[in-house]
Ligand binder design. Structure first.
Ligand SMILES: [Zn+2]
Length: 294
């Protein structure tokens, strides 16, 4: 039997078109319809040109890996504490990308809780009256603060999940950077809302524990090295319905992040939920309300 690391390496080799020596077939569920990668961006060293060109490149890479749909948020260059103009510019880039994705990319609107009025206006422009289907919050303000409340309340009205970056850096967080504990406090105040903890704190052992009691938060596994045990612990402590696959493309490869799931010692049914079933279920109400294919 291969170790976790060996299996992850084998999967990476397959992704590169190489035949791994002495490796068993990675455990890819046979009846998988197509993966939904629920976390990624239009920036990264492999991308250039217009948003339309960037999404075309991303979809070409996604095709190689059996990824059916992408969830995209934030434009470029990145801004930690974006002004209203920067929010609109970045959301316009995402709108252009999803318009030219042939229905394969969904957008989450990038908001800044330090800019409440502008954020509510962007939420209406891009989600209520536009094609976007969720909210992305990054590092402008720690998410337990009360300035988040009107954004979350409007997102609930629109059936839009709220994805919040969560991290706990050894070198210290940015002043406005949230931890999973911060998100647990916000989620407890808004039991009707549907939250996604992007990165599950980076230090996932602590992040998973912080989220355990707040049932309206899903743990998303993107953007860290493919460490053995992450997905297994998330499934064990939260249940497979509360774990989501995302890669953080184009800053992270699809292959390394898929390996976390394909290489995990969990059932094929759990893998199917993590790779597409859970995000499809979370987005079903808003996609249905918009007449979009779930
Ligand atoms: Zn990201």
């Amino acid at each position: 039997m291969l170790s976790h690391t060996a299996r992850a390496t084998a999967i990476g080799a397959v992704a590169c078109g190489l035949k791994p020596v002495g490796a068993a077939e990675p455990s890819r569920p046979r009846t998988l319809e197509g993966v939904w990668d629920m976390h990624g961006h239009l920036s990264g060293t492999c991308l250039s040109g217009t948003p339309r060109e960037r999404i075309a490149t991303l979809l070409e890479y996604a095709d190689r890996m059996g990824i059916e749909r992408l969830v995209v948020f934030m434009g470029y260059p990145w801004a930690y504490d974006p002004t209203p103009d920067e929010l609109r510019r970045q959301n316009d880039q995402v709108l252009e990308a999803i318009e030219h994705s042939h229905g394969r990319a969904h957008g989450f609107v990038y908001l800044n809780p330090n800019q409440t009025d502008a954020s509510l206006a962007e939420l209406d422009r891009c989600v209520a009256h536009g094609p976007m289907v969720g909210v992305k919050l990054w590092v402008a303000l720690r998410c337990h603060e009360k300035q988040l409340d009107p954004i979350v309340e409007r997102a609930v009205e629109l059936k839009a999940p709220v994805l919040q970056h969560t991290f706990r850096k050894l070198t210290g967080n940015l002043p406005g950077e949230s931890t999973a504990c911060d998100l647990a406090k916000l989620a407890a105040r808004h039991p009707q809302a549907s939250f996604i903890a992007a990165h599950t704190d980076g230090q996932w052992e602590r992040g998973i524990r912080a989220l355990r009691a707040v049932k309206n938060v899903a743990a998303e596994i993107c953007g860290s090295d493919p460490t053995a045990g992450f997905v297994e612990m998330a499934v064990r402590e939260l249940g497979p319905e509360r774990v989501l696959y995302g890669s953080d493309f184009a800053g992270r490869s699809f292959a390394s992040q898929l390996a976390k799931v394909y290489g995990a010692e969990i059932s094929d049914q759990a893998k199917r939920l993590i790779l597409s079933g859970n995000i499809r279920r979370m987005l079903q109400p808003i996609l249905a309300a918009k007449g979009m294919k779930p």
